[in-house]
Design a protein around this ligand. Structure first.
Ligand SMILES: NC(=O)C1=CN([C@@H]2O[C@H](COP(=O)(O)OP(=O)(O)OC[C@H]3O[C@@H](n4cnc5c(N)ncnc54)[C@H](O)[C@@H]3O)[C@@H](O)[C@H]2O)C=CC1
Ligand SMILES: O=C([O-])CC(=O)C(=O)O
Length: 328
């Protein structure tokens, strides 16, 4: 058996943390042969609850769980970490503008980026889940100058999975037969779920997209506003599905995406598809040899181009706001 992989989870006592940690410890994220050592980071008020979760993790007697440590300081929490899941974030409060939210999260993701820079393992991979995920990932990456930028990613896998199921239901096929879905842009309501390149049980997604009324009035808004719909229904934001998407993202990043398919992730732009270099934007991606690669060569119609550009424009505004705050 290999030596344990150090996995740091921030916001460990939150609702996503509770749905995530048991799946990591059971081997669903890194596979059945890889032991893990969990490093839980919370704010001081969250430490007691994190200790309770750690007791429950112990009580599962997971064969792959090599140890659990709990921290309220990012510097030791990221010491030697191989996989960092940045879940803890400041939620939007009443009367908070987007700028206030970005500033509050800057206070979290800047020191966490610095701590990753100072102490993480050379192979560290970072997934930012906490919102606004793309820009929080940009802040963390900017404050970790010694870590390659492509190690910082933002989660759009939940949006991707939501889109797969909506299409499968529409087409009446098993979700496993929907491939090559793409989420472009920001993990926000401006995101663009792109069906045109998908393969829906052998039928081109473009054929389903010919029903423009369904595409524009049902499919795209259902996926893009699903987070709000879950909050409305559940009285709390998506947690188990978000944890599931984080497991999927890291699993595929480390172990590779299946042949003949791709997935979606917020990765640093190299200028592909006209997305400004350095922005962390969602793209169609495959993982080969432990690295994400942006799928190249997809044709974007004027309709798709407009949608991608609108979401990327929002990412540029967010980048400008955090630049003005001195966070990047
Ligand atoms: N990218 C995506 O697809 C999704 C992102 N989210 C986002 O994930 C984040 C977490 O969601 P939940 O677990 O439901 O929230 P939650 O409020 O239940 O838990 C957040 C936890 O983070 C902790 N925390 C706050 N600041 C911290 C810091 N500086 N260091 C360590 N821990 C800290 C809090 O004490 C709390 O325990 C939110 O920002 C939410 O909007 C949620 C669903 C999907
Ligand atoms: O909308 C929210 O607040 C949570 C979220 O990011 C999602 O469910 O996609």
């Amino acid at each position: 058996m290999t030596s344990p992989v150090n996995v740091t989870v921030t916001g460990a006592a939150g609702q996503i943390g509770y749905a995530l940690l048991f799946r990591i410890a059971s081997g669903q994220m890194l596979g059945p042969d890889t032991p893990v050592r969990l490093r839980l980071l919370e704010i001081p008020q969250g430490v007691k609850a994190a200790e309770g979760t750690a007791m429950e993790l112990d009580d599962c007697a997971f064969p792959l769980l090599a140890g659990i440590d709990i921290f309220d300081d990012p510097t030791p929490a990221f010491e030697g970490t191989n996989v960092a899941l940045l879940v803890g974030a400041r939620p939007r409060g009443p009367g908070m503008e987007r700028g206030d939210l970005l500033e509050a999260n800057g206070g979290i993701f800047k020191p966490q980026g610095q701590a990753i820079n100072a102490g993480a393992a050379d192979d560290v991979r970072v997934l930012v889940v906490g919102n606004p995920a793309n820009t929080n990932a940009l802040i963390a990456a900017s404050n970790a100058p010694d870590v390659p930028k492509d190690r910082f990613t933002a989660m759009t896998r939940l949006d991707h999975n939501r889109a797969l199921t909506q299409v499968a239901k529409r087409a009446g096929v098993p979700v496993s037969e929907v491939r090559k879905m793409t989420i472009w842009g920001n993990h926000s309501a401006t995101q663009y779920p792109d069906l045109f390149h998908a393969d829906v049980a052998g039928t081109p997604g473009a054929r389903l997209a010919e029903d423009r009324e369904w595409l524009e009035s049902t499919f795209i808004p259902t996926v893009a506003k699903r987070g709000a719909a879950i909050i409305d229904a559940r009285g709390a934001s998506s947690a188990a599905s978000a944890a599931n998407a984080a497991i999927d993202h890291v699993h595929d990043w480390v172990l590779g995406t299946p042949e003949g398919d791709w997935t979606s992730a917020g990765v640093v732009s190299d200028g592909s598809y006209g997305v400004p270099t350095g922005l962390i934007s969602s793209f169609p991606v495959v993982s080969r040899g432990g690295s994400w690669e942006i799928v190249q060569g997809l044709e974007l119609s004027d309709f798709s181009r407009g949608r991608v550009d609108a979401s990327v424009a929002e990412l540029q505004e967010e980048r400008q706001a955090v630049e003005e705050l001195g966070l990047v």
